[in-house]
Design a protein around this ligand. Structure first.
Ligand code: BTN
Length: 246
């Protein structure tokens, strides 16, 4: 199958992935990554699909992934040292913000994994790890980017497609910008000082009142990728759940 005119070999060469699989229709690119990982595929294996019929997001949400309209990407990471999915998701989000900046699009990162443009969600990230005891066997990193609109009416007020701000943009151009930043994603177990600083510059929640999962004011993240919320009792770390703002 060809993905925007390129076969798997041409995609691997262009995107610098050791192994690339391009598929027309899948349940989820994450499912394909888990299968390939079980079969021994190498770190950096990339799966791109035209369409996902069971695309998934955080907390079992459905991820709308119609044919040809976005980048529905799965990437296989085999971290050398244990690394939390939360750290990887934040790091991947920073990579996406950098890639969008390279395309002259200003994006914000809403903890933990929403990429926001004009206060609407452009992209999301989902990491699924498989463990053997204390050892992480692999992580399937999933990235979904809405590239071509129009989006369905039910989500159009809170989601955005990239071609609304970059008319004529194509999926390959998005991947060209993103893939170099994703290299080395799993090299370090915690976020570095510079990554926290970069997060701070694009932090959509910073200073906003948060109602749930704890009430307070968002105050950035720590090196483990936890959200810091200043509450009446002091700073609380939030590691999961859905953030509800006032
Ligand atoms: C979220 O915002 O909740 C995360 C959305 C992640 C969607 C991507 S699309 C490619 C990969 N395959 C999936 O089924 N999900 C991720």
């Amino acid at each position: 199958m060809k993905y925007d005119g390129l076969d798997a070999t041409a995609l691997s060469a262009r995107l610098g992935a050791p192994n690339c699989v391009a598929l027309e229709r899948v349940t989820s690119t994450l499912d394909i990554i888990h299968q390939l990982a079980e079969d021994g595929a190498p770190h950096g294996t990339l799966v791109l699909a035209d369409e996902q019929v069971k695309g998934r997001g955080r907390q079992s949400h459905y991820w709308h992934s119609p044919r040809g309209s976005g980048v529905w990407l799965g990437s296989l990471l085999r971290p050398a040292a244990p690394v939390e999915g939360g750290v990887l998701a934040i790091r991947a989000g920073i990579c996406l913000v950098r890639a969008l900046a390279d395309l002259d699009v200003v994006a914000k990162l809403k903890w933990p994994n929403d990429i926001m443009v004009h206060d609407r969600k452009l992209a999301g990230i989902l990491c699924e790890a498989r463990w053997s005891g204390q050892q992480v066997l692999w992580v399937a990193l999933g990235i979904g980017i809405n590239v071509h609109g129009p989006l369905p009416r039910e989500i159009a007020d809170r989601a955005i497609a990239l071609d609304e701000v970059l008319p004529g943009i194509g999926r390959l151009k998005v991947l060209d910008a993103l893939m170099p930043w994703l290299r080395g994603l799993a090299d370090r177990p915690t976020l570095g000082e510079h990554e926290c600083f970069e997060f701070g510059r694009c932090d959509w929640l910073a200073g906003r009142p948060v109602l749930e999962p704890v009430a307070g004011t968002a105050q950035g993240i720590d090196r483990d990728g936890a959200l810091l919320v200043e509450t009446l009792e002091g700073i609380e770390r939030v590691v999961g759940g859905t953030i509800v703002t006032a």
